[in-house]
Design a protein around this ligand. Structure first.
Ligand code: PRP
Ligand code: MN
Ligand code: MG
Length: 181
């Protein structure tokens, strides 16, 4: 069996740090949306853990829906051309939409997604992400709530994968270079 612990170079954020920060973000989000209902839109698959914990930390009434998208690349991870693999089941008319993400890397996924959802007649579209990389600064995407600004390292755990693995780690860790193969 895999021992994920030995695949990591170090732990970047412990489970406790993540949970503490999510509760702080939830308090801000609660205050911001006080008196309204919010539709949380999680982006599969990385956002599942953030969605589950953030949603449970909120006290405003929420509904939850999911999208799966895939960005076409010419070798690179993101190209900005995004294809919908699974669309929302929900009509966005008049709704306050909060997109929930695990990480913003290039920012291309979210810049496309927020524009796409924004064209469906919602009352508002905002973004909450647990992590943001410095590379995200290159793309114009307005993020209302950010958990942690991190460095360039390749991070896994708490929803974040490398080759679909490590999503179930409780901490967020930096993958050991020898694991890149
Ligand atoms: C990752 C991550 C974000 C996106 C960020 O998803 O979960 O959704 O990349 O990248 P960007 O800012 O450069 O667009 P990925 O496409 O790996 O799918 P996954 O969530 O299923 O892992
Ligand atoms: Mn993702
Ligand atoms: Mg991924």
């Amino acid at each position: 069996a895999r021992d994920a612990g030995t695949d990591l170079e170090s732990v970047l954020l412990t489970e406790e740090q993540v949970q503490t920060r999510l509760r702080e973000m939830a308090a801000e989000i609660d205050a911001f949306y006080a008196g309204s209902e919010v539709l949380l839109v999680g982006v599969l698959k990385g956002a599942v853990m953030v969605m589950a914990d953030l949603a449970r930390a909120l006290t405003v009434p929420v509904t939850m829906d999911w999208m799966a998208v895939s960005s076409y690349g010419s070798g690179t991870k993101s190209s900005g051309v995004v294809r919908i693999l699974k669309d929302l089941d929900t009509d966005l008319s008049g709704k306050h939409v909060l997109i929930v993400e695990d990480i913003i890397d290039s920012g291309l996924t979210l810049s496309w997604l927020s524009a796409n959802l924004g064209s469906r007649g919602p009352a508002s579209v905002r973004i909450a992400t647990l992590l943001r990389k410095p590379t995200a600064a290159k793309v114009e995407v307005e993020v209302s709530w950010v958990g942690f600004d991190i460095g360039e390292q390749f991070v896994v755990g708490y929803g974040l994968d490398y080759d679909e693995k490590y999503r179930n780690l409780r901490d967020i860790g930096i993958l050991a270079p020898h694991m890149y193969g």
